[in-house]
Each structure stands twice: as C-alpha cells, then as structure tokens.
Write a protein that binds this ligand. Structure first.
Ligand code: FE2
Length: 286
C-alpha cells in the first residue's frame, strides 16, 4: 500500500515531459520528498495479533461506538455506546463469542443517552466506566494516567477537558490509536459553549495530550458529520482548520460558532448522570 502510494507520487512528479530543467527537477524532487514524508508519518501501523477493533455508527446522532477486544482472551470493551443501539452492540459481542468487560464513556454526552446502563442489563457482569470529573454515575471512575485492561491489551486514560470538564481520551500505545471523544474530531473539535466548556482548556488538552502523540497514531473520534471514519495525529496537526490556529484565534472561532441548542440535551444529561438507567424518556424505558 505504502509502496503503491509512493510510486504514484513519484510517477506523478517525474513523468512530466516539461521536466527537463535542473531547477524544476530539484523543486519537483523536494515536493515529492515532502509528500513521501507526510505519507510515511501518517500511515497507520498494523494491529497486534489478537487485537480486534470494530467501528460502529449511530445514524441519528452521528456517534461512533468502538468495540475493542482481545480475541484470544475473549475479553471486550465498548467505547461510547448509544442506548438505542445497545441491543445491536450486545448481539455483536455475543456473535463474536466475546465477554463484555466494560462499557466506557469518553464524557457525559449531551446529544444522546449512553448505552452503558442498558448494556449492563443485557450483559450481566459488564461494568460501566467514566471519568471522576464527569460528575456521572458509573461502576468505576478513572483519572488521568489510569489504565483500563482487557485481555492482554490496555488503554491509557488521558484527561482532555474543554468540551466538558470530565472529557477523557483513551490511548492504546501498542496499536497506536487514540479515541478522542469530542475533544478532537476529524478536521474539527467538540463545541465549548455548554457543560462548562472552555476553548482555552480544549486547545491545551489537544496540544498537550493528543498532538504530543506520534504523528502516525490513528485518531478515532466520537462523532463525524461528513463521512470520515478516522484520521491521524499528523493529519490533524497539519490540516485541522481550527487547531492549526493560535490559541487566541481558536478561542475567537469557538466563541462565535453560534450553534443551535443541542436537540436532545434536556433528556440526555439527566439520564447520562445516572449511567442511562433512570430518568429515561418514555420511548426508551426498558
Ligand atoms: Fe459531547
């Protein structure tokens, strides 16, 4: 794949008939090298043997749920499940012969009700996890630098406040992946105008905890509204239209987004405070 992309870059640059002047050749060569450098630095690395990652999608809230597993130990975790799709997720776990150890949230969501509470009922033994700073109920609370283990694999918890106070990102260094929640989205970021949001804190979180990771780490966000599925740290450092700005300009952009009030915030927040188990709207009671 790398070779294929690289040879395309070389063919595209060196094959021009007008490419006969030394200066043009040199400048084309530099451009090729830049392209190769970018591609090399952002190409994802293969996963470890026995590591499984499935990306699942909720069409209504555009939320990504991630199933991660050690297929040898048969232990799995889910990140950011959605209540309406908890049965889909539980069935997939069952179909794959996995045991769901944890249902985890990156933060207390305002746009959907978490599926963690329902998953705990569907799969007895599964425990819910959220950050201590989120202010929501769960079986286990995590803080910066904690580790979440499943089989032979683990996630490092990185505190990334800004979208909300309790936002965390989860990093698997062995697979070179980071689950960024709403802190960093593909060519965007989560809003900072409610739930104690702060553009300055979000900016610091991204630079200190996510952009400090190697460029080739794959970024898996909690949402995407344009059809992207993943990015890399290197790509976002170069091309994120908001986060390539300085902190002051970023803050001005975030403070002037004038976004509409989130559709489901009034039903989501009370339910998510209690792990999606109580205060459910009638159509979601189970
Ligand atoms: Fe959010």
């Amino acid at each position: 794949m790398i070779q294929c992309l690289l040879s395309t870059v070389f063919r595209g640059r060196c094959g021009y008939p007008s490419d006969n002047k030394p200066f043009l050749r040199f400048s084309n060569h530099l451009e090729s090298m830049k392209g190769i450098h970018i591609l090399r630095s952002i190409m994802p690395k293969p996963f470890s043997e026995n590591f499984l990652l499935r990306q699942l999608f909720d069409r209504e809230s555009c939320t990504y749920t991630y199933l991660l597993a050690d297929v040898k130990a048969c232990e799995a975790i889910l990140i950011d499940p959605v209540i309406e799709l908890a049965e889909r997720d539980a069935n997939l776990v069952k179909d794959l012969g996995l045991n769901l150890k944890y249902a985890i949230n990156t933060h207390m969501h305002a746009d959907h009700i978490t599926g963690t509470g329902k998953l705990k009922k569907l799969i007895p033994g599964c425990q819910s996890i959220i950050s201590k700073a989120a202010g929501a109920k769960a079986d286990i609370y995590v803080e910066n630098k904690d580790e979440i283990k499943f089989g032979n694999f683990k996630l490092e918890v990185r505190s990334t406040p800004g979208h909300t106070n309790g936002c965390v990102s989860y990093v698997d260094h062995d697979q070179a992946v980071v689950f960024t929640g709403d802190t960093l989205l593909i060519r965007g970021c989560g809003r900072t105008d409610f739930q104690e949001g702060s553009p300055e804190r979000l900016y610091n979180s991204v630079y200190q905890q996510i952009f400090s990771l190697p460029d080739h780490y794959t970024v898996y966000p909690a949402h995407d509204y344009k059809g992207f599925t993943a990015s890399t740290v290197g790509e976002e450092k170069r091309y994120n239209p908001r986060l390539t700005k300085g902190k002051d300009e970023f803050t001005t952009i975030m403070n002037n987004l004038n976004l509409p009030y989130p559709k489901k915030i009034d039903e989501s927040l009370p339910a998510n405070k209690v792990c999606g188990l109580q205060d459910l709207p009638d159509h979601l009671k189970f």
